[in-house]
Write a protein that binds this ligand. Structure first.
Ligand SMILES: *[C@@H]1O[C@H](CO)[C@@H](O)[C@H](O)[C@H]1NC(C)=O
Ligand SMILES: *[C@@H]1O[C@H](CO)[C@@H](O)[C@H](O)[C@H]1NC(C)=O
Ligand SMILES: *[C@@H]1O[C@H](CO)[C@@H](O)[C@H](O)[C@H]1NC(C)=O
Ligand SMILES: *[C@@H]1O[C@H](CO)[C@@H](O)[C@H](O)[C@H]1NC(C)=O
Length: 366
Protein backbone atom coordinates (compact mmCIF):
# COMPACT_ATOMS: atom_id res chain seq x y z
CA UNK A 1 0.00 0.00 0.00
CA UNK A 2 2.95 2.33 0.48
CA UNK A 3 3.25 3.41 -3.16
CA UNK A 4 -0.44 4.29 -3.21
CA UNK A 5 -0.15 6.37 -0.09
CA UNK A 6 2.76 8.23 -1.57
CA UNK A 7 0.88 8.90 -4.76
CA UNK A 8 -2.18 10.16 -3.02
CA UNK A 9 -0.09 12.42 -0.83
CA UNK A 10 1.49 13.92 -3.85
CA UNK A 11 -1.85 14.52 -5.43
CA UNK A 12 -3.24 15.90 -2.23
CA UNK A 13 -0.56 18.52 -1.91
CA UNK A 14 -0.46 19.45 -5.54
CA UNK A 15 1.20 21.41 -6.86
CA UNK A 16 3.72 22.28 -4.14
CA UNK A 17 4.84 18.73 -3.39
CA UNK A 18 4.93 17.49 -6.96
CA UNK A 19 8.35 18.97 -7.51
CA UNK A 20 9.68 16.95 -4.58
CA UNK A 21 8.00 13.73 -5.68
CA UNK A 22 9.10 14.27 -9.24
CA UNK A 23 12.52 15.67 -8.34
CA UNK A 24 15.15 14.52 -10.79
CA UNK A 25 18.26 12.95 -9.37
CA UNK A 26 21.26 15.26 -9.37
CA UNK A 27 23.18 14.62 -12.61
CA UNK A 28 26.46 16.05 -11.28
CA UNK A 29 29.27 13.84 -10.02
CA UNK A 30 29.08 15.56 -6.68
CA UNK A 31 25.53 16.11 -5.43
CA UNK A 32 26.39 19.46 -3.84
CA UNK A 33 27.00 20.87 -7.33
CA UNK A 34 23.23 20.76 -7.82
CA UNK A 35 22.79 23.33 -5.09
CA UNK A 36 21.93 26.74 -6.43
CA UNK A 37 24.46 29.54 -6.01
CA UNK A 38 23.70 31.96 -3.19
CA UNK A 39 26.79 34.13 -2.97
CA UNK A 40 26.62 37.55 -4.61
CA UNK A 41 29.75 38.74 -6.34
CA UNK A 42 30.61 42.41 -6.67
CA UNK A 43 31.26 42.37 -10.37
CA UNK A 44 29.04 40.50 -12.85
CA UNK A 45 30.38 38.92 -16.02
CA UNK A 46 27.18 37.82 -17.71
CA UNK A 47 27.52 35.38 -20.61
CA UNK A 48 24.86 34.34 -23.11
CA UNK A 49 25.47 30.76 -24.21
CA UNK A 50 23.71 29.62 -27.39
CA UNK A 51 24.66 25.94 -27.21
CA UNK A 52 27.46 23.58 -28.14
CA UNK A 53 30.46 22.80 -25.99
CA UNK A 54 32.66 25.88 -26.37
CA UNK A 55 31.63 26.87 -22.84
CA UNK A 56 34.44 24.57 -21.74
CA UNK A 57 36.89 27.20 -23.00
CA UNK A 58 35.29 30.23 -21.33
CA UNK A 59 37.46 32.17 -18.92
CA UNK A 60 35.70 30.81 -15.84
CA UNK A 61 37.78 32.88 -13.47
CA UNK A 62 35.57 35.83 -14.42
CA UNK A 63 32.19 34.32 -15.42
CA UNK A 64 29.44 34.90 -12.84
CA UNK A 65 26.25 34.08 -14.81
CA UNK A 66 25.50 32.00 -17.89
CA UNK A 67 22.14 32.52 -19.56
CA UNK A 68 21.45 29.34 -21.51
CA UNK A 69 19.73 30.13 -24.79
CA UNK A 70 20.68 26.77 -26.31
CA UNK A 71 19.63 23.28 -25.25
CA UNK A 72 19.85 22.64 -21.51
CA UNK A 73 23.21 21.01 -20.76
CA UNK A 74 23.65 19.33 -17.38
CA UNK A 75 27.45 19.34 -17.81
CA UNK A 76 27.39 23.11 -18.16
CA UNK A 77 25.20 23.46 -15.04
CA UNK A 78 27.50 21.23 -12.92
CA UNK A 79 30.63 22.94 -14.23
CA UNK A 80 29.32 26.47 -13.72
CA UNK A 81 28.29 25.61 -10.15
CA UNK A 82 31.76 24.22 -9.48
CA UNK A 83 33.06 27.68 -10.44
CA UNK A 84 30.48 29.52 -8.35
CA UNK A 85 28.66 30.78 -11.46
CA UNK A 86 24.89 30.90 -11.94
CA UNK A 87 23.08 29.21 -14.80
CA UNK A 88 19.80 30.85 -15.74
CA UNK A 89 16.89 30.01 -18.02
CA UNK A 90 15.71 32.02 -20.99
CA UNK A 91 12.26 33.53 -20.58
CA UNK A 92 10.23 34.77 -23.53
CA UNK A 93 6.47 34.98 -23.91
CA UNK A 94 4.04 36.60 -26.35
CA UNK A 95 2.95 39.65 -24.34
CA UNK A 96 -0.77 39.67 -25.27
CA UNK A 97 -1.01 36.21 -23.62
CA UNK A 98 0.16 37.40 -20.22
CA UNK A 99 -2.14 40.40 -19.89
CA UNK A 100 -4.43 37.83 -18.29
CA UNK A 101 -3.17 37.43 -14.67
CA UNK A 102 -3.93 33.70 -14.58
CA UNK A 103 -1.95 33.12 -17.72
CA UNK A 104 0.89 35.16 -16.24
CA UNK A 105 0.93 33.11 -13.06
CA UNK A 106 0.85 29.88 -15.06
CA UNK A 107 3.83 31.01 -17.14
CA UNK A 108 5.82 32.00 -14.04
CA UNK A 109 5.00 28.75 -12.21
CA UNK A 110 6.13 26.79 -15.25
CA UNK A 111 9.46 28.62 -15.34
CA UNK A 112 10.10 28.26 -11.61
CA UNK A 113 9.35 24.53 -11.76
CA UNK A 114 11.59 24.11 -14.80
CA UNK A 115 14.45 26.00 -13.15
CA UNK A 116 14.13 23.91 -9.98
CA UNK A 117 13.98 20.61 -11.82
CA UNK A 118 17.14 21.60 -13.73
CA UNK A 119 18.95 22.94 -10.63
CA UNK A 120 19.17 26.39 -12.16
CA UNK A 121 19.77 29.76 -10.55
CA UNK A 122 17.28 32.12 -12.10
CA UNK A 123 15.96 33.43 -15.37
CA UNK A 124 16.83 35.99 -18.02
CA UNK A 125 13.71 37.58 -19.44
CA UNK A 126 14.25 38.41 -23.09
CA UNK A 127 11.15 40.14 -24.42
CA UNK A 128 12.12 42.19 -27.43
CA UNK A 129 8.58 43.02 -28.51
CA UNK A 130 7.23 46.44 -29.43
CA UNK A 131 5.03 47.83 -26.65
CA UNK A 132 3.06 51.06 -26.53
CA UNK A 133 3.36 53.16 -23.39
CA UNK A 134 0.31 52.76 -21.15
CA UNK A 135 -1.09 49.80 -23.10
CA UNK A 136 -2.32 46.62 -21.36
CA UNK A 137 0.90 44.90 -22.48
CA UNK A 138 2.96 47.73 -20.95
CA UNK A 139 1.47 47.12 -17.50
CA UNK A 140 1.44 43.34 -17.91
CA UNK A 141 5.15 43.34 -18.73
CA UNK A 142 6.01 45.33 -15.61
CA UNK A 143 3.85 42.98 -13.53
CA UNK A 144 5.44 39.95 -15.18
CA UNK A 145 8.93 41.06 -14.14
CA UNK A 146 7.86 41.83 -10.58
CA UNK A 147 5.93 38.59 -10.12
CA UNK A 148 8.67 36.49 -11.74
CA UNK A 149 11.27 38.02 -9.44
CA UNK A 150 9.17 37.42 -6.33
CA UNK A 151 8.41 33.83 -7.34
CA UNK A 152 12.05 33.00 -8.12
CA UNK A 153 13.44 34.64 -5.00
CA UNK A 154 11.05 32.76 -2.76
CA UNK A 155 11.33 29.37 -4.51
CA UNK A 156 15.11 29.49 -5.10
CA UNK A 157 16.92 31.58 -2.47
CA UNK A 158 19.80 33.54 -4.01
CA UNK A 159 18.39 33.21 -7.51
CA UNK A 160 18.80 35.98 -10.07
CA UNK A 161 16.17 37.49 -12.35
CA UNK A 162 17.45 39.71 -15.14
CA UNK A 163 15.73 41.58 -17.96
CA UNK A 164 17.16 42.47 -21.36
CA UNK A 165 16.76 46.05 -22.58
CA UNK A 166 17.81 47.89 -25.73
CA UNK A 167 20.84 50.22 -25.70
CA UNK A 168 18.70 53.20 -24.62
CA UNK A 169 15.40 53.53 -22.70
CA UNK A 170 14.14 55.91 -25.37
CA UNK A 171 11.54 53.64 -27.08
CA UNK A 172 14.22 51.96 -29.21
CA UNK A 173 12.57 49.64 -31.75
CA UNK A 174 9.22 50.80 -30.30
CA UNK A 175 10.00 49.10 -26.99
CA UNK A 176 8.36 51.69 -24.76
CA UNK A 177 8.63 49.84 -21.45
CA UNK A 178 8.38 51.08 -17.89
CA UNK A 179 12.14 50.88 -17.47
CA UNK A 180 12.18 52.44 -14.01
CA UNK A 181 9.73 50.02 -12.44
CA UNK A 182 11.15 47.05 -14.32
CA UNK A 183 14.63 47.89 -13.00
CA UNK A 184 13.28 48.18 -9.46
CA UNK A 185 11.50 44.86 -9.82
CA UNK A 186 14.36 42.62 -10.90
CA UNK A 187 17.99 42.00 -9.94
CA UNK A 188 19.56 43.55 -13.01
CA UNK A 189 19.01 44.90 -16.50
CA UNK A 190 21.22 43.50 -19.22
CA UNK A 191 21.65 46.48 -21.55
CA UNK A 192 22.08 45.26 -25.12
CA UNK A 193 24.58 47.89 -26.29
CA UNK A 194 24.56 46.61 -29.86
CA UNK A 195 22.31 46.62 -32.90
CA UNK A 196 22.43 50.38 -32.37
CA UNK A 197 21.75 50.92 -36.09
CA UNK A 198 18.43 49.05 -36.02
CA UNK A 199 16.68 52.32 -36.89
CA UNK A 200 18.75 54.51 -39.22
CA UNK A 201 17.20 57.93 -39.83
CA UNK A 202 20.14 59.65 -41.56
CA UNK A 203 22.02 58.43 -44.65
CA UNK A 204 21.56 54.74 -45.39
CA UNK A 205 25.21 53.85 -44.94
CA UNK A 206 27.12 51.17 -43.07
CA UNK A 207 28.25 52.27 -39.60
CA UNK A 208 29.41 50.71 -36.34
CA UNK A 209 27.26 48.18 -34.46
CA UNK A 210 27.97 49.95 -31.16
CA UNK A 211 29.70 53.33 -31.51
CA UNK A 212 31.34 54.42 -28.27
CA UNK A 213 29.55 57.73 -27.69
CA UNK A 214 26.12 56.38 -28.65
CA UNK A 215 26.70 53.42 -26.31
CA UNK A 216 27.67 55.65 -23.39
CA UNK A 217 24.76 58.04 -24.08
CA UNK A 218 22.43 55.10 -23.57
CA UNK A 219 23.78 54.56 -20.03
CA UNK A 220 23.51 58.26 -19.25
CA UNK A 221 19.85 58.05 -20.25
CA UNK A 222 19.20 55.04 -17.99
CA UNK A 223 21.03 56.74 -15.13
CA UNK A 224 19.15 60.01 -15.64
CA UNK A 225 15.95 58.07 -14.88
CA UNK A 226 17.53 57.44 -11.48
CA UNK A 227 18.02 53.76 -12.19
CA UNK A 228 20.61 52.41 -9.76
CA UNK A 229 23.93 51.88 -11.64
CA UNK A 230 24.28 48.61 -9.74
CA UNK A 231 21.26 47.34 -11.68
CA UNK A 232 22.94 47.80 -15.06
CA UNK A 233 25.11 45.26 -16.82
CA UNK A 234 26.70 46.48 -20.05
CA UNK A 235 26.26 44.07 -22.94
CA UNK A 236 28.92 44.27 -25.66
CA UNK A 237 28.81 42.52 -29.06
CA UNK A 238 31.15 39.70 -29.94
CA UNK A 239 29.71 39.86 -33.45
CA UNK A 240 29.68 42.43 -36.20
CA UNK A 241 27.76 43.32 -39.35
CA UNK A 242 28.75 42.50 -42.92
CA UNK A 243 27.09 44.98 -45.29
CA UNK A 244 27.02 44.47 -49.07
CA UNK A 245 27.59 47.95 -50.53
CA UNK A 246 25.19 49.26 -53.19
CA UNK A 247 27.97 51.63 -54.12
CA UNK A 248 31.22 52.50 -52.49
CA UNK A 249 32.37 56.11 -52.48
CA UNK A 250 35.95 57.19 -52.95
CA UNK A 251 36.29 58.07 -49.27
CA UNK A 252 35.14 54.57 -48.29
CA UNK A 253 31.46 55.15 -47.51
CA UNK A 254 29.33 52.06 -48.10
CA UNK A 255 25.71 52.78 -49.10
CA UNK A 256 23.34 50.00 -48.06
CA UNK A 257 19.99 48.74 -49.26
CA UNK A 258 16.95 50.28 -47.54
CA UNK A 259 15.31 47.83 -45.12
CA UNK A 260 12.69 49.70 -43.06
CA UNK A 261 12.34 48.72 -39.39
CA UNK A 262 9.73 49.86 -36.84
CA UNK A 263 9.22 53.27 -38.40
CA UNK A 264 12.76 53.98 -39.66
CA UNK A 265 13.59 53.92 -43.40
CA UNK A 266 16.67 51.75 -43.06
CA UNK A 267 18.29 49.41 -40.63
CA UNK A 268 21.23 47.16 -39.83
CA UNK A 269 18.98 44.39 -41.15
CA UNK A 270 20.57 45.27 -44.52
CA UNK A 271 23.68 43.51 -43.21
CA UNK A 272 24.40 40.04 -41.96
CA UNK A 273 25.55 39.34 -38.43
CA UNK A 274 28.95 37.67 -38.38
CA UNK A 275 30.89 36.10 -35.52
CA UNK A 276 34.19 37.47 -34.26
CA UNK A 277 35.69 34.14 -35.34
CA UNK A 278 34.56 34.69 -38.95
CA UNK A 279 35.59 38.34 -38.88
CA UNK A 280 39.13 37.55 -37.74
CA UNK A 281 39.55 35.22 -40.74
CA UNK A 282 37.83 37.54 -43.22
CA UNK A 283 39.91 40.59 -42.33
CA UNK A 284 42.90 38.78 -43.84
CA UNK A 285 41.02 38.55 -47.14
CA UNK A 286 40.08 42.23 -47.12
CA UNK A 287 41.56 44.75 -49.57
CA UNK A 288 41.66 47.45 -46.92
CA UNK A 289 43.06 45.60 -43.94
CA UNK A 290 41.72 46.60 -40.53
CA UNK A 291 40.71 50.27 -40.45
CA UNK A 292 39.79 52.39 -37.45
CA UNK A 293 37.01 54.97 -37.35
CA UNK A 294 37.98 57.70 -34.88
CA UNK A 295 34.54 59.20 -34.62
CA UNK A 296 32.78 55.95 -33.75
CA UNK A 297 35.83 54.39 -32.06
CA UNK A 298 35.31 51.15 -33.95
CA UNK A 299 37.22 48.91 -36.37
CA UNK A 300 36.02 47.99 -39.86
CA UNK A 301 37.32 46.70 -43.19
CA UNK A 302 36.31 46.30 -46.83
CA UNK A 303 36.45 43.17 -48.95
CA UNK A 304 35.28 42.00 -52.34
CA UNK A 305 33.18 38.85 -52.56
CA UNK A 306 33.46 36.18 -55.27
CA UNK A 307 30.97 38.06 -57.46
CA UNK A 308 33.07 41.20 -57.19
CA UNK A 309 30.69 43.05 -54.88
CA UNK A 310 32.27 45.21 -52.19
CA UNK A 311 31.31 44.59 -48.54
CA UNK A 312 32.02 46.65 -45.47
CA UNK A 313 32.30 44.88 -42.11
CA UNK A 314 31.91 46.71 -38.80
CA UNK A 315 32.71 44.96 -35.54
CA UNK A 316 34.12 45.22 -32.04
CA UNK A 317 37.53 44.09 -30.88
CA UNK A 318 39.60 44.65 -27.74
CA UNK A 319 40.46 48.20 -28.81
CA UNK A 320 36.78 49.21 -29.08
CA UNK A 321 35.62 47.15 -26.08
CA UNK A 322 38.25 48.37 -23.60
CA UNK A 323 36.97 51.95 -23.30
CA UNK A 324 33.44 50.61 -22.83
CA UNK A 325 34.64 48.25 -20.11
CA UNK A 326 36.47 51.11 -18.44
CA UNK A 327 33.31 53.17 -18.35
CA UNK A 328 31.53 50.26 -16.65
CA UNK A 329 34.01 50.83 -13.82
CA UNK A 330 33.90 54.63 -13.91
CA UNK A 331 30.08 54.73 -13.95
CA UNK A 332 29.95 52.12 -11.17
CA UNK A 333 27.81 49.66 -13.14
CA UNK A 334 27.10 46.12 -11.94
CA UNK A 335 29.22 44.47 -14.61
CA UNK A 336 29.60 43.50 -18.22
CA UNK A 337 28.57 40.72 -20.55
CA UNK A 338 28.35 39.81 -24.19
CA UNK A 339 26.27 38.39 -27.00
CA UNK A 340 27.45 35.73 -27.13
CA UNK A 341 30.08 33.61 -25.44
CA UNK A 342 30.29 30.92 -28.11
CA UNK A 343 31.38 32.96 -31.12
CA UNK A 344 35.09 33.35 -30.53
CA UNK A 345 37.60 30.97 -32.08
CA UNK A 346 38.28 28.44 -29.31
CA UNK A 347 40.52 26.25 -31.47
CA UNK A 348 44.09 25.45 -30.50
CA UNK A 349 45.69 27.70 -33.14
CA UNK A 350 48.06 30.12 -31.49
CA UNK A 351 46.63 33.26 -33.16
CA UNK A 352 43.08 32.21 -32.29
CA UNK A 353 44.03 31.60 -28.68
CA UNK A 354 45.56 35.06 -28.40
CA UNK A 355 42.57 36.74 -30.06
CA UNK A 356 40.15 34.86 -27.82
CA UNK A 357 42.05 35.68 -24.63
CA UNK A 358 42.19 39.30 -25.80
CA UNK A 359 38.40 39.47 -26.10
CA UNK A 360 37.82 37.97 -22.66
CA UNK A 361 40.39 40.22 -21.02
CA UNK A 362 38.93 43.29 -22.74
CA UNK A 363 35.78 42.74 -20.62
CA UNK A 364 37.78 43.80 -17.60
CA UNK A 365 39.19 46.79 -19.47
CA UNK A 366 42.69 45.40 -19.87
C1 LIG B 1 -3.18 32.23 -22.45
O1 LIG B 1 -2.00 31.72 -23.08
C2 LIG B 1 -2.21 30.85 -24.17
C3 LIG B 1 -0.89 30.37 -24.67
O2 LIG B 1 -0.13 29.85 -23.62
C4 LIG B 1 -3.01 31.53 -25.25
O3 LIG B 1 -3.29 30.63 -26.28
C5 LIG B 1 -4.28 32.13 -24.68
O4 LIG B 1 -4.93 32.88 -25.67
C6 LIG B 1 -3.99 33.00 -23.47
N1 LIG B 1 -5.23 33.46 -22.86
C7 LIG B 1 -5.52 34.75 -22.74
C8 LIG B 1 -6.81 35.07 -22.06
O5 LIG B 1 -4.77 35.64 -23.13
C1 LIG C 1 25.41 55.86 -53.86
O1 LIG C 1 24.03 55.56 -53.67
C2 LIG C 1 23.35 56.52 -52.89
C3 LIG C 1 21.95 55.99 -52.62
O2 LIG C 1 21.40 55.43 -53.78
C4 LIG C 1 23.39 57.88 -53.57
O3 LIG C 1 22.74 58.83 -52.76
C5 LIG C 1 24.84 58.29 -53.75
O4 LIG C 1 24.94 59.49 -54.46
C6 LIG C 1 25.61 57.19 -54.49
N1 LIG C 1 27.02 57.55 -54.46
C7 LIG C 1 27.86 57.25 -55.45
C8 LIG C 1 29.29 57.59 -55.22
O5 LIG C 1 27.50 56.73 -56.49
C1 LIG D 1 45.89 36.83 -40.57
O1 LIG D 1 47.12 37.38 -40.99
C2 LIG D 1 48.05 37.58 -39.97
C3 LIG D 1 49.23 38.37 -40.49
O2 LIG D 1 49.70 37.82 -41.70
C4 LIG D 1 48.45 36.23 -39.41
O3 LIG D 1 49.37 36.37 -38.34
C5 LIG D 1 47.21 35.53 -38.91
O4 LIG D 1 47.53 34.21 -38.54
C6 LIG D 1 46.09 35.48 -39.93
N1 LIG D 1 44.88 35.11 -39.22
C7 LIG D 1 44.07 34.16 -39.64
C8 LIG D 1 42.87 33.89 -38.79
O5 LIG D 1 44.27 33.53 -40.66
C1 LIG E 1 41.19 34.85 -17.36
O1 LIG E 1 40.85 36.01 -16.66
C2 LIG E 1 41.72 36.38 -15.63
C3 LIG E 1 41.15 37.58 -14.95
O2 LIG E 1 40.00 37.23 -14.25
C4 LIG E 1 43.10 36.64 -16.20
O3 LIG E 1 43.99 36.98 -15.15
C5 LIG E 1 43.58 35.43 -16.96
O4 LIG E 1 44.80 35.71 -17.60
C6 LIG E 1 42.56 35.00 -18.00
N1 LIG E 1 42.96 33.73 -18.59
C7 LIG E 1 43.35 33.64 -19.85
C8 LIG E 1 43.67 32.26 -20.35
O5 LIG E 1 43.43 34.59 -20.61
Amino acid sequence: MLPDTLTSRCLLFLPSIIAVCGAAACPCEEPELCQQIRAQRDFEVFVFDVGGKTWKSYNWSMVTTVATFGKYDTDLMCYAHSKGARVVLKGDVHLPYIVDPNNRTAWITGKVDLAKSQFMDGINIDIEQAVEEGSPEYHALTDLVKETTDAFHSAIPGSQVSFDVAWSPNCIDKRCYDYVRIAESCDLLFVMSYDEQSQITGDCIATANAPLSQTLNGYDQFLSLNIDPKKLVMGVPWYGYDYPCLNFSQDGVCFIIKVPFRGAPCSDAAGQQKTYKWIMKQVNDSFSGRLWDDKQQAPYFNYKDQKGQIHQVWYDDPQSICPKAQSVKSKGLRGIGMWNGNILDYSDELVAKQQTAGMWNALLGS
